[in-house]
Write a protein that binds this ligand. Sequence first.
Ligand SMILES: [Zn+2]
Length: 288
Amino acid sequence: MFNEANRAICEWLTASGTPGFAFSMVYAFVIGACFGSFATACIWRIPRGISIIKPRSKCPRCGHMITAIENIPLLSWLILKGKCSGCGLPISSKYFKTEFVMAILFTAVAAIRFYYRVPIMVIPAWIMIWIAVSSARTDLEKLIIPDKFTYTAMIFAVIYSFCFPAFTAFPGDGIRNIVLLYTILSGVATAIFGTAIVVSGKLIFGKDAFGWGDVKYMIAVAMFFNVLGMMFILAAACIFSLIWFVVDRIRRGKFRKYFPFGPFLALATIVWCILTIQKNGEIYWFWF
Ligand SMILES: [Zn+2]
C-alpha cells in the first residue's frame, strides 16, 4: 500500500514536467531549512538535558522570548541581521549556517532521487543527513553523539523498512519480512563489529580510542544503508580523518591527542547519500 506512494509521486512528476520538478526542489529546500532550524534547537538542548518541546526558545543572554516571526528558518536571522531583538547582542551565525547547509543537502539528495524516479527514497537520505549534521555539531562542541539522535534513527529505519520495503537498501524485492529481518540483522552485526573495535581499541591504546556514540551512529547507518554502506562510510571517514590529522599536524606542528570522529562519519554519510542510491541490495553510483 505504502509502496504505491512512489508511483503516485512519479506520475505527478511526469504530468507536471520541469515546473513540477522545480517546485519540488523549492519545497525540499524549505523542508531542509525547517529541519535545520529544529536541529539547532536539538544541538543546543539535548546535550544539556533540556526538553526539546517544553520551554520556548529564548535568548541565552537576556532571556528575550523568541517570537514566531523571529523563528522563521534562514529569514529571521537575516532580517534581525544576526542580532537579538531584546538585547542587540549578536546571535551566532552557526544557526544560520546549520539551517543553510541542511537546506542545500536536503535539496541535493532530493534532486538526485527525484531525477532517478525514486522520490520516496528521500526519506532515509533526509533522516541520515539530519542525524549526520546534528551529530557532527554536538561531537565538535560537546564530544558526544547523543543517544536521542542515534536511537531515533534506528527506530525510523525499522518503521521505514516496514512501510516501504521495496525502496530500501536491502535485498528481498520488497518482501516486507525479509527486508525487516535484514534491517535488524544489519544493526546487530554492526553492534558486534563496533563493540569489537571499541574493546580492541581500549586494549591496544589503554583508553577509549573509539566511542560508543560512534558505534551507535554506525548501527543507524547500517540499518538504513546495509552493512556494505556502513563499511564504505566507515572507511571513507577513516580516510577523511587521516587526511585531516596530517594537515592538522603540519599546521600546528604537533599531533593532536584526541579529536572527535563524528564529523568525519557525518561527512562520509553525506558523500554516500549524494553519490549513491541503494535499492533492493544494489548500489547505483553516479558522478557529476
Ligand atoms: Zn538577547
